[in-house]
Design a protein around this ligand. Structure first.
Ligand code: SF4
Length: 294
């Protein structure tokens, strides 16, 4: 059957071919791990139980998880096996189960939730390029929405992710996620059990894009929204055609981004040290599953 699940609507029959997301209808996972480097309300002190799915419907030219998103590394997992991973994470001591770039496997995800409903909060960690139908399909399963909002500039979205409709799609997604989860709820230890955090990776040479992103978030969901303003960009992949992003972020660029968030009145902003811009923070996607991966 032709797949038009996500806004890419590439119409590929995933039973026989790879979609734009580099995925067939067999779910693949690159890594299951205890992740200590998410935002503090997600990682807490015991870590977030991340499940990194293979493939991605964006395919950004600078992707820092390129091996997984375009190389489609990892191993095939059935919904039953995914349910077992949920169960294992439930018992592992992590704060939550964090589904990373899983939008193109929603059908399989829902089957896994039917088999086993985790006790831990479910984090949906996505690129922001999801349709309303995808988000609504997950509304009873997801507790914490963790979308990217990458671009306010459609021409930049076209150039770097071949998705000129990204700004509109992402804003609609964020609006809907906020409607589904209107209030952020935390435990006494500071970990979030329900709510939304919007991530934005500040790109070198494109501070206007970041300013536009912050303005749009303010206008769409307000300044009490938790945002994570990331500075960890480092050049990845083949960037010969993109000299503007073939370097790390300058301290002044990041300072402008943080100052703009403050000026707009955002009261919950996570910022990063520029020293975090290092490939050492990129996980090794070796298809390692099971309790040894935790
Ligand atoms: S989920 Fe993948 S195959 Fe389906 S429309 Fe999106 S990119 Fe294409």
């Amino acid at each position: 059957m032709d797949c038009n699940l996500c806004p890419r609507a590439c119409g590929v029959d995933r039973a026989v071919n790879l979609g734009y997301c580099r995925s067939t209808d067999s779910m693949r996972i690159g890594l299951v791990s205890r992740h200590m480097w998410e935002e503090p309300p997600i990682s807490g002190v015991r870590g977030s139980g991340t499940i990194f799915f293979s493939g991605c419907n964006l395919g950004c030219v600078y992707c820092q998880n390129y091996e997984l998103s375009r190389g489609n590394t990892g191993r095939e997992v059935t919904p039953k096996q995914l349910a077992e991973i949920f169960r294992m994470l439930d018992d592992s001591g992590v704060h939550n189960i964090n589904l990373v770039t899983a939008s193109h496997f929603i059908v399989e995800l829902l089957k896994a939730f039917d088999i086993y409903k985790p006790r831990l909060p479910i984090v949906f960690n996505c690129g922001g390029y999801e349709s309303s139908a995808q988000i609504l399909a997950l509304k009873d399963a997801v507790d914490i929405w963790l979308p990217d909002f990458k671009y306010s500039d459609a021409s930049l979205a076209l150039k770097l992710s071949n998705a000129p409709d990204y700004p509109n799609v992402a804003l609609e997604s964020i609006r809907l996620m906020r409607t589904l989860c209107p209030k952020d709820i935390y435990l006494d230890d500071g970990t979030m059990i329900r709510g939304m955090i919007i991530r934005h990776m500040t790109l070198p040479s494109h501070i206007d894009n970041t300013v536009g992103v912050l303005n749009a978030i303010k206008d769409t969901v307000g300044t009490d929204t938790v945002i994570s303003l990331m500075s960890q960009y480092y050049p990845c992949g083949v960037l010969d055609k993109y000299p503007d992003i073939a370097r790390r972020l300058k301290p002044l660029e990041y300072k402008i981004a943080v100052s703009h968030a403050q000026k707009l009145g955002f009261c919950n902003v996570f910022v990063q040290e520029l020293s975090s811009a290092d490939g050492a923070y990129t996980p090794d996607f070796n298809g390692y599953l099971g309790d040894k991966g935790i």
